[in-house]
Ligand binder design. Structure first.
Ligand code: XIL
Length: 357
């Protein structure tokens, strides 16, 4: 018998000696989407340029078995869809939308208006024309193009200042149009696609009482004036130990009380923003698991079924997280490790989903 066939035989015998090990490694992972009665989504950093879907080829099975909703992590931001004043470019985003459709996943749109310098088209930074008309066209061209395919939109992202939380954020849009740009965007989006569910999306409302209060004032004002705002997205980029669950619940409940849809729109749990260590401490992964479980459970306890817009995780594999991309130290904020294996965090989410429905 050759060395090769002896080795194969040995490997076969060993594999039969470890029936439990084998059973474990081939047991399919339970699917998050089947454990929830609301949308469970993932942000994918594709749809940015033509043919970049190939970047998720290796994760395709994991994505479509676990999730029933997708958001483009970047590809539907202003810079990507509106690269020149008279040019809209939908080719790459269309491919992602088609991918979602082909896999039976619902597409959420992120985001029609966002001030962030890195995602603002350069031409817009020096635009001298009629700002109100230009933004209206921006919102309407995009909403019309995706009508019927993108079910819900983050219409305006991060319009409240994060330091002076009782103020609007100082953005180019505020500078040109005052706070009216926010309602104008919602009105324009609703006109262009009356069926789309329209969200205001922001972070820190669950950790800063003043910021929550400011947002609630905007909601109340919009509701009084019948501005078509249908939901709030809580980004929820949180840490393992803050903000506390009671704060998270009361922020969610305040929005629920106003009858709006509530999404957790960009969930991740950073492990390293305060410690900044070089290697992952396994004890932390357990804390992360509990944290994910508590957040999912807070969502289920606070938001009644009819108001659940869903939960979206801001990335699939740890190595692809925006926290890793943008920081000089490592982090492990997501549900799957770099090889696509479920982390304790995954099981925490599953437990949270199964506790309540
Ligand atoms: C981030 C992306 O994840 C990064 O890839 C990109 O470089 C910057 O934007 N809040 C938001 C998201 O609403 O759009 C941001 O996404 C993360 C913070």
């Amino acid at each position: 018998m050759s060395f090769r066939s002896t080795a194969t035989l040995l490997a076969l015998i060993i594999s039969f000696w470890q029936p439990e090990g084998r059973a474990q490694s081939i047991a399919p992972l339970p699917a998050l989407k089947d454990s929830a009665k609301f949308l469970v989504g993932v942000a994918l950093n594709v749809g940015n340029e033509v043919d970049d879907l190939v970047d998720i080829k290796e994760s395709a099975a994991l994505i479509s078995t676990q999730f029933n909703s997708i958001v483009a992590e970047n590809g539907m931001k202003m810079r990507f869809l509106h690269p020149a004043v008279d040019t809209y470019d939908f080719v790459a985003a269309d491919a992602l939308v088609e991918y979602a459709r082909g896999h039976g996943m619902i597409m959420h749109g992120h985001t029609l208006i966002w001030h962030h310098d890195s995602q603002l088209p350069d031409w817009m930074k020096s635009y001298q024309g009629d700002w109100q008309a230009m933004l209206r066209d921006h919102v309407q061209q995009i909403c019309r193009h995706f009508a019927g395919k993108v079910k819900s939109w983050d219409v305006v992202n991060e319009a409240i200042d994060n330091r002076h939380t009782d103020q609007y954020r100082a953005t180019l849009f505020l500078d040109k149009l005052g706070p009216a740009y926010i309602e104008q965007a919602f009105i324009a989006a609703h006109e262009a696609d009356p069926a789309a569910v329209l969200y205001y999306n922001d972070f820190g409302m669950e950790s800063k009482a003043e910021k929550l209060q400011f947002m609630l004032t905007i909601i109340d004002d919009f509701q009084r004036r019948r501005i078509p705002l249908h939901g709030i997205g809580f980004q929820m980029h949180v840490r393992v130990d803050s903000p506390n669950i009671a704060q998270i619940k009361s922020a969610l409940q305040a929005v629920v009380a106003r009858g709006l849809q509530v999404r957790i729109s960009e969930l991740d749990v950073s492990l390293n923003q305060t410690r900044k260590v070089a290697n992952l401490d396994p004890a932390l992964t357990q804390l992360q698991k509990n944290r994910y479980r508590e957040i999912v459970s807070a969502y289920l306890q606070s938001v009644p079924p009819a108001q659940r817009g869903g939960i979206t995780f801001w990335g699939l594999l740890d190595k692809d997280s925006w926290l890793v991309e943008s920081k000089p130290y490592p982090d492990w904020p997501l549900l799957f490790d770099d090889q696509g294996q479920a982390k304790p965090a995954f099981w925490g989410v599953l437990e949270g989903l199964k506790e309540l429905q």
